[in-house]
Design a protein around this ligand. Structure first.
Ligand code: PXP
Length: 244
């Protein structure tokens, strides 16, 4: 069994493009849950370019599965998370100019702010996940700083093709195995599509996938529930390839 979390940020981006009240990301989250998503992921960015504070509060009340709040390790976000109490916090690096989250966290370089969030999470009872490259040093540092889970950045794998992509898939596999040996839960995400997700879902220690852009893109043609079900089928193809 692999958990499939849908990132609904792009629904908010579409709403914000016209300043209308629709499409509502909370309604989208409910449709995803009904179509079989195991959780909902949302990223409250410093510039509020997609979901806004009010969406986060409404989402907390509406989500019946797992709420995974992606955020930067800042005092502002920590205060919001302490109030909202998502089930999971995923810490991500954030640069204002980037189109989306481009790289993984430098856990060693940001030890102090991450440790502050980790201590709030322990106090309030929130699971902490760190979004990192499949790099053995970052994995060890994630364990040391008190994370329960790492989310391995699949962006590089998704940009590549052919033999280079297979090399990156093996790097993801090695990272996932190492993280699991350290007792960390292993998630993965970024850039995944119905096609390239199959290889990642085949990696044994991976127990969770966070997917946004391609789900919402597929929804334009298939409807949101259809897109979620299509992704689930692709993920199950990858899981089946793990063998017995
Ligand atoms: N995981 C994390 C930590 C992310 O920041 C994002 C993008 O917000 C995703 C997963 C989803 O990536 P994509 O939208 O490319 O599927």
């Amino acid at each position: 069994m692999i958990r499939f979390h849908v990132n609904i940020d792009h629904v908010a981006t579409l709403r914000n493009a016209r300043g209308t009240a629709y499409p509502d990301p909370v309604f989208a989250a409910q449709i995803c849950e009904q179509a079989g998503a195991d959780g909902i992921t949302l990223h409250l960015r410093e510039d509020r370019r997609h979901v806004k504070d009010d969406d986060v509060a409404r989402m907390r009340a509406a989500i019946g599965t797992v709420m995974n709040l992606e955020m930067a390790a800042t005092d502002e976000m920590t205060a919001i998370a302490r109030r909202v109490k998502p089930d999971v916090i995923t810490l991500v690096p954030e640069r204002r100019q980037e189109r989306t989250t481009e790289g993984g966290l430098d856990v060693m370089g940001a030890r102090e702010p991450i440790a502050k969030v980790a201590s709030m999470c322990r106090e309030v009872g929130i699971k902490l996940s760190l979004f990192i490259a499949p790099d053995l040093e970052q994995i060890a540092a994630s364990k040391a700083v008190g994370a329960e889970q790492v989310e391995l950045h699949t962006g590089e794998y998704c940009h590549l093709s052919g033999p280079a992509q297979r090399v990156e898939l093996e790097r993801l596999r090695a990272g996932a195995v190492r993280a699991a040996e350290l007792g960390l839960e292993v998630a993965a995400g970024h850039g995944l599509t119905r096609h390239n997700v199959i290889g990642v879902a085949g990696i044994v220690p991976i127990v969770e996938l966070n997917i946004g852009h391609a789900v919402i893109a597929d929804a334009v043609f298939d409807g949101l529930a259809g897109a979620v079900r299509g992704f689930r089928a692709a993920i199950e193809r990858g899981v089946a390839a793990r063998g017995p």
